[in-house]
Design a protein around this ligand. Structure first.
Ligand code: DAH
Length: 344
């Protein structure tokens, strides 16, 4: 038995020394020290030995297994260090090398403009309408009829509005004003909201007109709201958006869903008001329509016009961006030419 233990110690030590990887070492450990390993088979025979042998051989076997454990642990940390060094060497990166150039995009100028306008109105106490109240695919009923457009209004003409094949009277909305209707059908006054979104018109595309553009609709309904409140809010908006030095004017106008109605013009930035091609020689550019919500519209959504009054407005986002940044062609917003987009 003694000889056998010595032989085990000798051959195991040799195998431990020869191990070149952690896996080799694990195999040696399995072969000699596991439950089914060689040392354990000797320990199993102890029960048949005399007490004297049990003591001597037992303690010797324990010494051998302790010794082997120690050797394996030492070798293990050696091998681990070697393998780690190898891995670190092979995965070394030179952090001083120049990196790949990955150009980074940014928010589109129209989205920037919308965000800016939304922030201004939030500062004036308006909140953004839930988007489900302003779908881009809309019914003629909401887009026109509920807004007090007479049945034969020319805006409903196929030449102005895109009709779909989904169903008769389903259109791509021509204005964000329909959102007013959905808001008022879902919330009783006081109402103080804005709603940005895309609109579509069947126009021939030019420097000033695109058949897709963006509007921001606004609506305020409460007790004792007057035209003075509308003027106050819009003047404040123009001052915050353009700065106080830009001349603006209110002009009487007509919309079926407001009475009285007005349009707001901002002095043309291209010519400073002298008159040029961009402003058709008028020196002014219209940026929004507005007015007091028509009594018929309030009635249509079940709001009592004897108790409540309100104002509404709708502004063209592209126009506002063009006027602020002196952009003379609306198509630039949609061509995605990086040379243009980079400037914002
Ligand atoms: N929807 C109108 C348009 O697209 C703009 C407008 C005018 C909106 C007056 C309004 C409003 O809310 O009160 O031309």
């Amino acid at each position: 038995m003694k000889d056998k233990l010595e032989a085990i110690l000798k051959s195991a030590t040799e195998e431990i020394n020869n191990a070149v990887s952690v896996v080799d070492l694990d195999n040696v450990k399995l072969k000699y020290l596991s439950r089914k390993g060689e040392l354990n088979s000797i320990k199993k025979n102890l029960k048949d030995m005399s007490d004297e042998d049990k003591r001597i051989i037992g303690s010797m076997a324990n010494n051998v297994s302790n010794e082997l454990e120690k050797l394996i642990d030492e070798k293990n940390s050696q091998l681990y260090k070697i393998e780690l060094d190898k891995k670190l060497q092979s995965e070394k990166i030179d952090i001083t090398l120049p990196s790949d150039f990955r150009p980074q995009g940014h928010v589109h100028p129209l989205t920037q403009t919308i965000n800016e306008i939304v922030e201004i109105f939030q500062g004036l106490g308006f909140s953004v309408m839930p988007s489900e109240y302003s779908p881009e695919v809309e019914t003629e009923y909401i887009n026109f009829d509920m807004l007090n457009f007479p049945p034969n209004h020319p805006a409903k003409d196929m030449q102005d509005t895109f009709y779909t094949k989904v169903a008769p009277n389903v259109i791509l909305r021509s204005q964000t004003s329909g959102a007013q209707i959905r808001q008022m059908l879902n919330q009783s006054p006081p109402v103080r909201v804005i709603s940005p979104g895309r609109v579509y018109r069947c126009e021939s595309v030019s420097a000033r007109k695109n058949n897709l553009f963006h509007q921001i609709e606004g609506l305020l309904v409460d007790k004792d709201i007057t035209f003075a409140d509308l003027k106050g809010i819009l003047n404040e908006f123009v001052r915050l958006y353009f700065g106080s030095s830009r001349p603006t004017r209110f002009r009487a106008s007509y919309f079926p869903f407001t009475e009285p109605s007005a349009e707001v013009d901002v002095q043309c930035i291209m010519c400073g008001g002298k008159g040029c091609r961009t402003c058709s020689n008028t020196g002014w550019l219209e940026v929004l329509g507005a007015g007091m919500v028509h009594v018929n519209v309030l009635k249509n959504v079940g709001i009592d016009p004897e108790i409540y009054s309100g104002f509404a407005f709708g502004m063209g986002v592209e126009r506002l961006a063009m006027l602020k940044y002196a952009i003379n062609d609306i198509r630039l917003f949609f061509n995605n030419d990086v040379r243009f987009l980079k400037q914002f």
